[in-house]
Design a protein around this ligand. Structure first.
Ligand code: GDP
Ligand code: IMO
Ligand code: MG
Length: 434
């Protein structure tokens, strides 16, 4: 982070997720002490590439690949314990030890098998109206949390509390499974046995992480908050109901960790040089089929968690300006510029038109979003490779013009431009973060 400053930074996705947060977290982690996930769960898929190796993290912060960094899973995250241990195993196989430097909030909620099943049953039942969730049980787990039917890590840690909570919760779930979905019930004994075993395994990781982070901040440690999903998938600010069930925007970092808002110094937004979304829901600048196939191929746009093809479209300034506003972004990181390298023309959406009305700000009405016709400005492409550019001056003039136009539209400076998935394929503007 900036020299000589106790810098606590929140990094958020400023579109519909998969902007490339994993790569940037990995880079910024070098200058941080703590890396903290604050919302979502293993619906996330954060990719880090180095030395021709690729690691995808779903639940554990992407800073874990740096041996001395401390990683925290905050209270706002929902945890699938089996996925958690699988990820630890995957890291061990890649020579990464988490011993003594990975902590889980005792207040985080646990994802149970019934959450995953209900996620799937609900999606199947909705048919063409489905959300297109990752089916990881995220929505049902957050719903239980709000409904006061959740089970937290701390509840699991207390055998007596766990038994009592599970009895109440499972009775309700089994009734719902039978009455609504005509589905067989879960066995109390089986879940109880499995999770009592997991209790022993999770115990060494469990902490009051708000206390841990407060102590870290007081002693001048630098904390990096790793957002998952993106602002347009935020349950409050996204394209509701086609969203995830948590606050993926910067505000989530406060609630999801217990860190004081006064201690956050900066909020960085990550965007792609174009736009993608995976799952259902409105996407005004979505490409026509031919261009979609081309960019999907060049950008390898397939979900890091589900493998689903991502939908691709032009950069949407309304989407990103909305993100600037609700997150208070102080700077923008632009990813995957190289994917646009061979296009003769590049468009940016600057307004929507719907039923004769022009929209300059991102609307919240789902009907407007679904019917919005994007108004574009067109820019000449650069039709040369950016993959090997190491500094701003090495980018083709038209690429620089395109980025400058984005800056102008968003009214926020671009601090980093990424031109490939490797750590080395990164341009730091004006020496930021070096
Ligand atoms: P996240 O969820 O925001 O961390 O992003 P994902 O990991 O789901 O998706 C981003 C994908 O783009 C990953 O496969 C990255 O390796 C890749 N990537 C990141 N930056 C660049 C870039 O600048 N150029 C290209 N071509 N690929 C990139
Ligand atoms: P990262 O952190 C992109 C999408 C799903 C679906 C919606 C709800 O890698 O950017 P959920 O399973 O969360 O209830 O699904 O949210 N979604 C993501 N899309 N990147 C993600 O994470 C996502 N996590 C969830 O596709 O549309
Ligand atoms: Mg992803």
């Amino acid at each position: 982070m900036r020299k000589n400053k106790n810098h606590n930074v929140v990094l958020v996705g400023a579109q519909w997720g998969d902007e490339g947060k994993g790569k940037i977290i990995d880079l910024l982690a070098q200058k941080s002490d703590y890396i903290v996930r604050y919302q979502g769960g293993n619906n996330a898929g954060h990719t880090v590439c180095f030395d021709n190796e690729k690691i995808v993290l779903h639940l554990i912060p992407s800073g874990i690949l740096h041996p001395k960094k401390i990683c925290v899973i905050g209270n706002g995250v929902v945890i699938d314990l089996e996925a958690f241990f699988e990820e630890i195993k995957m890291l061990a196989q890649n020579g990464v030890s988490v011993k003594g430097r990975l902590f889980v909030s005792d207040r985080a909620h646990v994802i149970f098998p019934y959450h995953k099943l209900i996620d799937q049953l609900r999606e199947d039942e909705k048919g063409s109206k489905k959300i297109g969730t990752t089916k990881k049980g995220i929505g049902p787990c957050y719903a239980d949390k709000a409904n006061r039917l959740g089970i937290r890590v701390v509840d699991l840690m207390n055998p007596h509390v766990f038994r009592e909570r599970l009895k109440i919760v499972l009775a309700e779930k089994n009734l719902m499974l039978k009455k609504i979905f005509n589905h067989a019930p879960f066995s109390f004994d089986e879940i109880h046995r499995t999770y009592s075993r997991l209790r022993k395994r999770i115990a060494p990781y469990v902490r009051n992480t708000s206390l841990l982070l407060d102590q870290a901040a007081r002693s001048g440690k630098k904390i990096l908050f790793e957002g998952a999903q993106g602002t347009l998938l935020d349950v409050d600010y996204g394209t509701y109901p086609y969203v995830t069930s948590s606050n993926a925007s910067a505000g989530g970092a406060i609630i999801g960790t217990g860190m004081s808002a006064a201690r956050i110094d900066e909020v960085i937004g990550v965007v792609k040089a174009y736009t993608t979304r995976v799952g259902e829901g409105p996407f005004p600048t979505e490409f026509p089929p031919q261009l979609m196939a081309h960019i999907r191929e060049r950008g390898e746009e397939y979900g890091a968690t589900t493998g689903r093809p991502r939908r691709c479209g032009w950069f949407d300034a309304l989407v990103t300006r909305h993100s600037v506003l609700v997150n208070g972004l102080s700077e923008i990181v632009v990813m995957k510029l190289d994917v646009l390298d061979d296009l003769p023309k590049i468009k940016i959406c600057v307004a929507y038109k719907f039923r004769g009305r022009r929209y300059r700000d991102f609307p919240s009405d789902i009907e407007v979003l679904e019917g919005a016709r994007p108004i574009y400005e067109e820019h000449p492409g650069w039709q040369s490779s950016t993959k090997f550019a190491k500094k701003w001056s090495e980018l083709p003039p038209n690429a620089r013009k395109y980025l400058k136009r984005l800056e102008q539209l968003l009214q926020v400076p671009i601090s980093i431009v990424s031109v490939g998935s490797e750590r080395s394929q990164t341009i730091f503007i004006n020496g930021r973060y070096q």
